[in-house]
Design a protein around this ligand. Structure first.
Ligand code: ACO
Length: 342
């Protein structure tokens, strides 16, 4: 029945790979809630400004001794539990993050150890807020090509460590958390139908962190200059986000010969309610089709869509067989959209 609802782009060019589905999803957010009211006490801002400009009411902040890999491991364990997957079954772990525990080894290797997935290969990818869909599409290739049977994809961030808590332009926007999915080929499901990914390095200066890499290694001077904090041109980022998300979503739908009305649930990157509304308006999305939880978590970058997907599944918003559109945007610049038959 589902085959008649949409075109499966995988079938194009005679490609015979097997389908790849999201078997299960899990997420974790730290206990500590940081409200707008608390931020009013530390920077010159107001709950009214933050709510009206972003839609964010509160965000989660990880404990000092709670790292990206810890949050990632809990989200992964929850996804594994939901699908009845044992750690030894996992063939590959991909972690999308811009806040790895360390520059190396990869956070994926640390997660591998924490969840006991001894057989798994492991690596990180970095595409900022677009990282989860990028990772999903990479993981899918290993399933469709039959290289691996079980792939664990995680988006996890401890953005509180790269935010300048004295900069009101940025500190009100971000939060910590992790989301994870298990990929397998599930009989009877088309799963991940398509993903459109893009990047524009010409605009890398809109959102970046200058310090800590090979260009500007950490020194007393770099730290004193605050180069280890993220920097953002909010207005330009906003404009580019709307255009790129609309284009990517439109292209993904076109590839599947779907209209937006056929999508049960749109899960956009949870950066700013106004970006989500602008994208929704241009795509013709009904309000009841969009899943939003940024009021409680802020922008958790690579974790954002994964956490939202978990909530949408757990609350019954998404049921098996539903068509889901994920659409993201982030530093790089990068963007991506994916259509999934859940
Ligand atoms: N509280 C009060 N005032 C503030 C605050 C604050 N927290 N932050 C900024 N302001 C002030 C500024 O200082 C500025 O004041 P000025 O005009 O006197 O200089 C003014 O508010 C700016 O206001 P607007 O121009 O109206 O701000 P805007 O509507 O552009 O909203 C925002 C700013 C929320 C940052 C918006 O531009 C935005 O969301 N941009 C996209 C950001 C984003 O999504 N980034 C993540 C990308 S994903 C990734 O890869 C991490």
């Amino acid at each position: 029945m589902t085959a008649k609802r949409f075109k499966n782009p995988r079938a194009e060019h005679g490609y015979q790979g097997r389908p790849c589905s999201i078997l299960s999803v899990g997420s974790y957010v730290p206990e500590r809630v940081l409200t707008n009211a608390e931020l009013e006490k530390t920077v010159e801002t107001s709950d009214e400004w933050i709510t009206s400009r972003t839609g964010i009411k509160e965000r989660r902040v990880a404990a000092e001794n709670e790292f990206t890999s810890d949050m990632a491991a809990i989200a992964a364990q929850r996804a594994m539990q939901a699908a009845g997957i044992k750690p030894e079954q996992i063939d590959l772990i991909i972690v999308a993050t811009i806040t790895p525990d360390m520059l190396f080894p990869s956070t994926a290797c640390l997660v591998q150890q924490k969840i006991g997935a001894r057989r798994a290969a492991a690596f990180d990818i970095e595409a900022a807020c677009s990282g989860f869909i990028y990772a999903l599409e990479i993981g899918k290739q290993f399933i469709t090509s039959r290289t691996y049977d079980t792939v664990l994809i995680i988006g996890a961030e401890k953005l509180s460590t790269i935010v300048d808590w004295k900069d009101r332009n940025t500190c009100v926007l971000f939060g910590d958390g992790a989301g994870a999915v298990i990929l397998q080929s599930r009989p009877g499901s088309h799963g991940l139908l398509t993903a459109c990914m893009g990047a524009d390095g010409e605009k890398s200066d809109l959102l970046y962190m200058p310090g800590g890499g090979s260009m500007c290694p950490a020194t007393a001077n770099s730290v004193a200059a605050g180069l280890h904090f993220l920097r953002m041109d909010g207005k330009e980022t906003f404009k580019n986000a709307v255009t790129a998300m609309c284009n990517a979503a439109g292209e993904a739908l076109r590839r599947c010969e779907l209209t937006i009305a056929q999508i049960k649930c749109v899960i956009p990157h949870q950066a700013n309610k106004r970006i989500i509304e602008a994208v929704g308006e241009r795509l013709g999305v009904r309000e009841d089709q969009v899943f939003v939880n940024l009021d409680r978590y802020g922008n958790t970058s690579a974790a954002s869509v994964a956490i939202a997907l978990d909530e949408a599944v757990r609350t019954g918003v998404i049921q098996r067989g539903d068509l889901v559109l994920l659409v993201v945007f982030g530093a790089g610049l990068t963007w991506a959209a994916a259509v999934i038959e859940w």
